[in-house]
Design a protein around this ligand. Structure first.
Ligand SMILES: Cc1cc2nc3c(=O)[nH]c(=O)nc-3n(C[C@H](O)[C@H](O)[C@H](O)COP(=O)(O)O)c2cc1C
Ligand code: SF4
Length: 591
């Protein structure tokens, strides 16, 4: 590297105060500026941050949005999901390929364009969609492609100036109790400041608010544990990784109700005694960086962030945004912490839990974006208002991201307790044949279960709701879901790394009509092993597409079976035995 680029890397390092835990920020800046991270850049980062080059290499190699080799100046990433494919993504891919004269995964000879698939980019209600560098282009038609390519060709490379604007449109279709009604910046903070931090936690506990990110842990309890854990600092982290295919409600909140979320983070900061909040924003949402920074600036200028917030001496709190770099597993809270500390996003062993030993080993509460929006509303409207909505065990509303075969895709703010049938009426899906609820990690719901309620005690969901009519093949969707997990497994533990691939291959065989009943039994056994022996939630949930369709759509498997030819003798347990003997230990038990 000549002195020019090296000086640029040094500047990026200086921008983060040469803090090694900010390695991801430095790497993203290098990637943005140079289009890849060269050996020289790795060496410069290691030198400047006081790390070993291997540590830098280890981190950089983990993330999909960081490249060690040069790619095209314009990176066209088409979203590949069950929804995008049924909305015509394959045709868009073919149109780009024809226009650029390359295949998917290739770079043009002049080094200008790389064309590739990527996993869901959070735009299920406006597919087909693409990430072009950091711009998000939605609602693509094949006829749009030549114009996009021509606009890009006319400009110099890199991000700035960039010829394309993100075209993401508003996604909220129906505001319910959470989102309807006025909310002025400062409302929730003022309400919180009328209470002590312990009283705020008490109010959140009384509201029975549970985490909206999937697991449903009681938020008041999480805040209480975090507040009472001793530490130099306390942290509140807003999990905006939103990687589950089909979900986009957190994006909607950040675009259409940003003050509600930022206020929830600030209230949490007050309750926990934290001085810093961090939003972990998925890399696919980089286009939200500038608007969010502008809102943070306004909040600082109006005394809603910074020192002595709302005139309260000693209440000093600010929020920074950490961009992710394209890794679904980083939504898992312990992987998120690793990523925030500038490392690869591999899950941590627990205990200790983040509430005691989280970001920088300090007590940390990690809450979903929607959870924090709920917390802000609860401050203003009170716990009793919240428990008056929903069901006995599920207070409040749930934001559902609805997409697929329906007339009105978008986000719906509905009280817990709504049935799938009621939801299908609301969104205009009279001929739904199945609903993939809570994304690939969730389950395919059959018509016999459309009377079930969305609630923690019945059909629990993070919000992704993909609707499919009778033209869609439930087994092919399950196969695509397995594809997603193969791509996103971090590879740390064998059951998930090997098992997801075996499950994907099994589904390929079934969908192709080449599987026997014995294959199906072997697949089921593999799925159960992967669920039981994987180290983190990703691997534990990855077999769900296989197991839930086997349980609820047996007739679809039956129809695809070919006559018994032989009985397989391979099992995952046997396949793992060799690895176990080499490592000298059993794979980690599920935490
Ligand atoms: C593989 C995986 C991905 C996850 N992705 C997210 C995510 O994108 N957003 C989120 O809030 N929670 C996600 N979670 C759940 C988090 O680990 C954590 O439970 C959540 O952020 C806690 O916030 P809550 O209590 O408000 O739900 C994920 C979990 C797993 C296992
Ligand atoms: S289950 Fe294992 S391999 Fe899969 S994501 Fe978690 S730690 Fe990584």
């Amino acid at each position: 590297m000549n002195r020019g680029p090296e000086a640029t890397v040094e500047q990026f390092i200086a921008d983060v105060g040469a803090d090694p835990t900010r390695l991801l920020d430095v790497a993203l800046a290098v990637q943005r500026r140079f289009g890849h991270i060269s050996n020289e850049a790795v060496a410069a980062m290691a030198r400047g941050l006081g790390l070993h080059a291997v540590e830098v290499e280890d981190m950089v190699s983990f993330y999909a949005f960081l490249d060690r080799k040069p790619r095209g100046e314009f990176r066209i990433r088409l979203s590949q999901t069950p929804i995008s494919l049924m909305k015509g993504a394959a045709g868009i891919a073919a149109a780009f390929a024809a226009c650029l004269g390359i295949e998917m995964g290739e770079t043009t000879q002049d080094g200008k364009f790389t064309l590739e698939w990527t996993n869901d980019i959070g735009m299920a209600d406006q597919e087909p969609a693409a990430l072009i560098n950091s711009a998000v282009v939605t609602g693509l038609g094949e006829t749009d492609v030549p114009g996009i390519v021509a606009a890009l060709r006319q400009r110099p490379g890199g991000e700035d100036p960039f010829p394309l604007k993100s075209t993401v449109r508003a996604s909220l279709i129906q505001a319910g109790p959470l989102l309807a009604g006025a909310f002025a910046p400062g409302d929730a903070i003022h309400a919180a400041l009328a209470m002590t931090p312990d009283q705020v936690i008490e109010e959140i506990t009384r509201s029975q608010l549970r985490g909206r990110g999937g697991a449903g842990f009681p938020t008041g309890m999480k805040w209480k544990f975090t507040r009472k854990s001793p530490g130099r600092d306390h942290y509140i982290i807003c999990n905006a990784d939103e990687g589950e295919p089909g979900t986009f409600k957190d994006r909607m909140l950040f675009t259409e109700f940003p003050d509600l979320v930022l206020e929830g983070i600030t209230v949490a900061g007050y309750a926990l005694g934290a001085r810093q909040g961090i939003i972990y924003l998925r890399g696919e949402y980089t286009y939200l960086w500038d608007p969010l920074q502008a809102i943070l600036k306004t909040r600082r200028e109006t005394g809603l962030l910074g020192t002595s917030i709302c005139g309260r001496a000693g209440f000093d709190f600010d929020i920074r945004i950490q961009l992710g770099a394209g890794a679904y597993v980083c939504g898992e809270e312990s992987s998120l912490l690793e990523s925030l500390e500038g490392k690869r996003g591999a899950p941590r062993d627990r205990p200790p839990f983040p509430t005691e030993h989280g970001y920088l080993k300090q007590p940390t509460a990690i809450d979903n974006v929607e959870t924090l929006a709920c917390a802000a509303r609860i401050m203003v409207n009170g716990a009793a208002w919240f428990t008056g909505i929903g069901t006995k065990e599920s207070a409040g509303t749930k934001l559902l991201s609805v997409a697929g075969d329906c007339a009105r895709p978008g986000v719906y703010d509905v009280p817990f307790g709504i049935t799938i049938n009621e939801l299908l009426d609301l969104v205009g899906a009279p001929d739904a044949a199945f609903v993939q609820s809570s994304g690939p990690s969730g389950q395919a719901v059959a018509p016999k279960d459309f009377g079930r309620q969305i609630a923690y005690e019945d059909l629990s969901t993070g919000g992704s709701t993909m609707i499919f009519n009778a033209d869609r093949d439930v087994l092919d969707i399950a196969r695509q879901c397995m594809d997603f997990f193969v791509e996103e497994s971090c590879g740390w533990c064998t059951p998930c790394r090997v098992g997801t691939t075996l499950l994907k291959q099994g589904m390929d065989k079934i969908v192709a009509g080449r599987a026997t009943r014995a294959d199906m039994l072997a697949l089921e056994s593999t799925a159960n092993t992967v669920a039981r022996m994987s180290r983190c939630g990703l691997g534990q949930m990855a077999p769900n597409p296989v197991l839930t369709t086997m349980r609820d759509f047996p007739e679809c498997y039956e129809a695809r079976m070919r006559p018994e030819l032989f009985v397989p003798t391979v099992s995952l347990k046997d396949a793992l035995r060799q690895a176990v003997s080499i490592q000298g230990r059993e794979p980690a038990e599920a935490s």
